[in-house]
Every structure is written in structure tokens, then in C-alpha cells.
Design a protein around this ligand. Structure first.
Ligand code: EPZ
Length: 420
């Protein structure tokens, strides 16, 4: 397995180009199932998770072709309605094919995703929503079987709490349902909005895009469309933290400050300068990092997918910070590893008290989740000596050419190829 070696202490300066959002690309790719004409996505990131979903879609009959950053997904005919265990096991987001398959084929059999490194993560809201739309749901042999022989029908669905995936799955399903569906307490994440805009380009009728109440009037069919995937706000925030921890000066291009206002507000409170530029924004730090409290929340609040990176930044702040995770019950796997690098962090249930230390020290580390792994890279950039991050495949799921982008700004970082 490849590893990443970092020799810390170098200041980052320069530009980093941000790619298309992984968490928008995945539902957008699944949306191709809804139409019998091709969906063309531009600004597609080259990531392991994207390749995993492409493989699953190919098994369902979608013809996937890539030309650089452009991906064409043509689902003239669905040839299978089963999403097998081996692929769903690799990536929970595979469950996003469920809504589109039931909507178009009136049936689907999707392996039930299990727990994952960041928590139990059930899919009950996805299933209850489909049931409300008239599907019969059965769980057998580890699979969810959804059957809607008469087709799906519109329904009013009130989410008891915000779920990005359930909103996306039901939004897609509702586009082809008979009648009107109303999704209340829907997720407002920019990736949900991006999906809705693409569905409209395909011919869907959706009102309330960007809000927490989505009204979808079902149509008979969706058609060909071309859609540019929005910039990855989590990749953006990750490099912003990386620049900040090194006392650097980096311009993030191809992205927008408006996608991560809560993050930018917290970074400013921590003493980081963030200024918009013509093609993105610039992150700079001259003075010390100040301890600051952060609580994760659904969008537009502080993203759970940036919690680990913010924690890495705050390990070397002046003063203490309280970091509270409200979205996932087990998203602190980076804490023991950061501690091994000299961080002073105490966990109290869903909160972490981080007392800033003067300096971190390099160590061999590893993590079992994408964002936890990248937080160790951020810590390594500021740590004295050498840090080796193991299990790099987690990073490859969500960060394209991470080591190249950081090295181009002056980081001493390289990938150690597994020669075994
Ligand atoms: C999406 O996951 C993202 N993944 C996650 O990013 C992100 O952390 C998460 O949203 C929250 O922002 C993709 O977009 C592919 P949820 P999702 O449904 O949709 C509970 C990353 O690092 N829940 O909003 O699976 C759930 O357990 C990843 O890129 C239920 O209880 O998240 C969690 O506690 C990791 N029942 C909370 O809701 C359900 O049916 C929010 O989860 C669905 C969710």
C-alpha cells in the first residue's frame, strides 16, 4: 500500500487549482439512470470513488466514457437493477442508485450498506421516503429490495433531521413519479442544489432549489443534458487549512468563498486572513493561530467533512478550542493519531477539547477515513521531522494529486510507492 511522507516545517506559497466536487459528482452520475439519453458532466474529478461508481453504473447498463474532465453517461437501457455487495461495500454512496432505479425500472435490489468508519450511518430515511412514494421495501439476505409495479407516486415527506443522501435519492426518484412530491427539511448542501439544477436541465420540474423545502412535479421522461460540476468546497477548505497551518500564502483557484462561509468565518476568528480574488480566494497567515470553538452542522453551518482538518489546524493554536461534532457519532478517529504527533486533545462525548501546543512532531500515522487521513497530512506539514501517512488509498478516494498540489506550493511531500 502506498504511503505519503512529509517533512514538515515548510511554508506553503503559490496557487492550488480546485477540482469538481466529489460529493456532487456521485449523485449526478447516479442521475444518468433516470434518462434514456446521455448525461454529459464536465469538471469531473479523477478520484477512486468516481471510478467505483462508474463501475457500478456500467454493471447496470450505463455506458460511461471519459475524455479528460468530461464524462458521458448513456443509459439507453437499464440491463440490471441489482447493485451488488462487492461494490456497495466499497462505497456507501452506491446507495444513490436506489431512487433512480426504482423511478425508471420500478424495481431495484441494492446491497444494504453497513456501518462505516465514521459511524452506523443507516439508510432508513431513504427507504421510508420510497415507501411513502408507493414502493414496497423488503430486506433480505443483506439486500434492500424495492418494488413499485405501478410506478412511484408523489408524496409529502418530512425528514426528521437533515440527510444529504436521502434528500438526493428522493429528489431523483420524485422527478419521474406520478404527481407532486414535497420534501420538507431537505438538505441545502450546495451539492444537492447542483443536482437539482442538473435535473432541471434534463427536464425535471423542481421548485424551491437551494431551500429546505423542495417541490417536485413528476414528468414522464428526462432527456439529454450537459452539466458542469460545482467546485469541491471540502477540497477547498482542506487546502485553506493546509496553507494556514504553515503560515503560508496560497490562492485557491476555480472555487468560491460563498461555498464555505461558515468555514471562512471560523478561520478568520482563528486569525487567518481570507480574501476573495478574481478566480477564487487567497488564504494567508502572518500572526499566531487563535483557539476558536467550532460546531459541525448541516449546510450552511460548519461542514463535518472539514472538522478533522480544522482540528489539525487548532492543535497549534494559542489557547484552547472546543470542537463539537453533531452529524456523525464517531468522527474523531484522527484524535489518537494527532495525539501521537504531540497534540493535546481530550474527548468528552461528541466534543473535543483541543489545547494548543507550540509544535507537533512527525510520526508514522494512519486513519480509516478520508477526512481523518487528510487532517494528518495537514498536521504533518507543520510538524517537526518526518510524518508518514499510511493507507493512502483513503486520500485517493477524495483528493486528486494531493501530493503534487502541495509540493507545487513548496511542501516537502512525496508518495512512497508500495513495492511489495
Ligand atoms: C454525505 O453523506 C456526504 N457524502 C458525506 O461526505 C458527508 O459527511 C455527509 O453527507 C454530511 O454532510 C456524500 O455526499 C457522498 P447524511 P450522507 O445522510 O448523505 C444519519 C466525505 O468525507 N442518517 O447527510 O451519507 C447519518 O447516519 C463524506 O466526503 C440516518 O440516520 O450523510 C448521519 O448521522 C463522508 N438515516 C446523518 O444522518 C438515514 O437514512 C447525516 O447523514 C440517512 C442518514
Amino acid at each position: 500500500m502506498d504511503r505519503i511522507r512529509i517533512r514538515g516545517g515548510r511554508r506553503l506559497a503559490g496557487q492550488i487549482a480546485i477540482g469538481g466536487a466529489k460529493n456532487a459528482a456521485l449523485p449526478l452520475m447516479a442521475a444518468s439512470i433516470l434518462a434514456d439519453e446521455p448525461l454529459t458532466l464536465t469538471n469531473t474529478p479523477a478520484l477512486a470513488d468516481i471510478a467505483t461508481l462508474a463501475t457500478l453504473l456500467e454493471q447496470l447498463g450505463v455506458v460511461v466514457t471519459r475524455d479528460g474532465r468530461t464524462m458521458k453517461l448513456d443509459c439507453a437501457r437499464v440491463t440490471s437493477t441489482t447493485a451488488p455487495y462487492d461494490l456497495v461495500r466499497k462505497m456507501r454512496a452506491s446507495v444513490l442508485v436506489l431512487g433512480p432505479l426504482v423511478a425508471r425500472e420500478r424495481r431495484a435490489r441494492v446491497s444494504l450498506p453497513g456501518g462505516c468508519a465514521i459511524g452506523a450511518r443507516p439508510v432508513d430515511l431513504h427507504l421510508k421516503g420510497l415507501e411513502a412514494m408507493g414502493a414496497r421495501i423488503e430486506l433480505a439476505e443483506g439486500y434492500v429490495e424495492a418494488l413499485a409495479p405501478q410506478g412511484l407516486r408523489g408524496a409529502e415527506i418530512v425528514f426528521p433531521f437533515v440527510s444529504v443522501g436521502a434528500t438526493e435519492n428522493l429528489l431523483m426518484a420524485a422527478t419521474l413519479a406520478r404527481g407532486t412530491t414535497v420534501l420538507k427539511n431537505a438538505a441545502r448542501e450546495p451539492e444537492v442544489e447542483d443536482l437539482a439544477h442538473c435535473l432541471v436541465a434534463m427536464g425535471a420540474r423542481i421548485e424551491g432549489i437551494g431551500g429546505d423545502r423542495l417541490t417536485i412535479h413528476g414528468v414522464d421522461r428526462l432527456a439529454a443534458a450537459t452539466h458542469a460540476i460545482l467546485p469541491d468546497r471540502i477540497e477547498t477548505g482542506t487546502y485553506a487549512m493546509a496553507a494556514a497551518i504553515t503560515g503560508g500564502d496560497v490562492e485557491l483557484t476555480g472555487t468560491r468563498i460563498g461555498l464555505l462561509e461558515a468555514t471562512v468565518a471560523s478561520m478568520r476568528t482563528a486569525g487567518i486572513t481570507v480574501e476573495p480574488t478574481a478566480s477564487g480566494f487567497r488564504v494567508r497567515r502572518d500572526g499566531p493561530i487563535q483557539g476558536t470553538d467550532v460546531m459541525t452542522e448541516p449546510y450552511p453551518g460548519f461542514a463535518t467533512d472539514l472538522q478533522a482538518q480544522m482540528m489539525a489546524l487548532l492543535t497549534v493554536a494559542e489557547g484552547a478550542s472546543m470542537i463539537t461534532e453533531t452529524i456523525f457519532e464517531n468522527r474523531f478517529m484522527h484524535v489518537p493519531e494527532l495525539r501521537r504527533m504531540g497534540a493535546n486533545i481530550n474527548l468528552h462525548g461528541s466534543s473535543a477539547m483541543v489545547r494548543g501546543v507550540r509544535r507537533l512532531t512527525g510520526a508514522p500515522v494512519m486513519a480509516t477515513d478520508l477526512r481523518a487521513s487528510v487532517s494528518l497530512v495537514i498536521a504533518g506539514l507543520a510538524a517537526g521531522g518526518e510524518t508518514v501517512v499510511n493507507r493512502v488509498y483513503h486520500l485517493d478516494r477524495g483528493y486528486e494529486r494531493l501530493e503534487d498540489k502541495l509540493a507545487a506550493c513548496g511542501a516537502d511531500i512525496e508518495r512512497l510507492k508500495d513495492t511489495a
